[in-house]
Design a protein around this ligand. Structure first.
Ligand code: PEP
Ligand code: MN
Length: 338
């Protein structure tokens, strides 16, 4: 349930309510909106049997049940859009964020060259995997901490915020030391201990949908991060597995308006993994913006034919610049700042 405080509620009223929520065995999360403060009280709803007593608390306007299974992610709990800010990157609340870069960090020259090119074309953050979750154990697994150092060098060079994946709980502190945004990959969407671990950091999280997960499962995965204390979560649709074979995955753009009707968290689309074909990426990037997406994540490589991972879906620098030009037109039509 949520406890909606009155506009004139004092900090003392809020502190008092936090204690009352705790006394019911529920966990309070304070959500400060521009208009008023809401205290989400989540946990075993049996503890909520005495919830009626909260209504009489000082400074309380009303107590409402949250019907969605995901409580903190729900629009019922927070009606204002969550805006993610991490260095050069802003996503949400009418601002399009564009995260671009190679699938994997391969060497310092590659990542710096890439960072310069995507920045010039208008990207607002740099992506690049240092810890790579690969389908085969024989594929390139990433440069790990050395790769993170190269990403940090690229940030120093260009000022772009760094988005990079963390694949294991034991690496969270190391990755968070270098990254501006922690990416949780599709394969780890339901690794609940990892979600809790990133939920305890102060870094925003880009949570990708598992290829076989439902959208409600994605929202519940996000809930783990929010419940652990980190309110800075972006949801990413990167395609799901279907019977269709002409694309690597099937990219369902209906996810965007569906999520926007359910959650305040920003929605990012990944047309690179979503299609698996460079030629299909620009149109799907434009379509994502037309569908209302808050951000894009795109794979870009100086020489896709030589890429150590995902070259077949990566854009060249020129293709990325062209894609951005097309996207800007759609963003303008949608009233989005880009
Ligand atoms: C990636 O972003 O390179 C990646 C591995 O993505 P996903 O987890 O969506 O497969
Ligand atoms: Mn990739």
């Amino acid at each position: 349930m949520i406890v909606v405080m009155r506009r004139d509620a004092t900090q003392q009223n809020i502190d008092q309510m936090i204690k009352q929520v705790e006394s019911l065995g529920l966990k309070p999360t304070v959500i400060r909106g521009t208009e008023r403060t809401v205290i989400a009280a989540v946990g075993d709803e049996r503890g909520a049997a005495n919830a009626g007593m909260l209504e009489s608390g000082a400074g309380v306007d009303e107590v409402l049940p949250v019907l969605a299974p995901y409580k903190l992610a729900s629009l019922e709990t927070r009606s204002e859009p969550t805006v993610i800010r991490a260095g050069s990157l802003t996503i949400g609340g009418g601002t399009m964020g564009v995260i671009a870069g190679p699938c994997s960090v391969e060497n310092e020259e590659q990542i710096i060259e890439c960072a310069r090119a995507v920045k010039k074309a208008g990207a607002t953050a740099l992506r690049g995997g240092a810890f790579k979750p690969r389908t085969s154990p024989y594929s390139f697994q990433g440069l790990k901490e050395v790769g993170l150092q190269m990403l940090a060098a690229a940030r120093k060079e260009t000022g772009l915020a760094i988005v990079t994946e963390v694949v294991a709980g034991e690496d969270v502190d190391t990755v968070a030391e270098y990254a501006d945004v922690l990416q949780i990959g599709a394969r780890n969407m339901q690794n609940y201990r990892l979600l809790e671990a990133v939920g305890k950091t102060s870094r925003p999280v880009l949570l990708k949908r598992g290829p076989s997960a439902t959208v409600d499962e994605l929202l519940l995965a996000a809930e783990y991060i929010l419940d652990a204390g980190n309110q800075q979560v972006m949801l990413c649709e990167r395609g799901i597995r279907t019977f269709e074979a002409h694309t690597r995955f099937t990219l369902p753009l209906a996810t965007v308006p569906y999520l926007q009707a359910k959650t305040h968290l920003p929605v990012v689309i990944d047309p690179s993994h979503g299609t698996g074909h460079t030629a299909l990426v620009p149109a799907m990037a434009r379509a994502a913006i037309a569908a209302g997406a808050d951000g894009l994540i795109l794979e870009v490589h100086p020489n896709p034919a030589k890429a150590l991972s995902d070259g077949y879906q990566s854009l060249t620098f020129d293709q990325f610049a062209e894609t951005m030009a097309g996207c800007r037109k759609v963003a303008a039509a949608m009233g989005m700042k880009m």
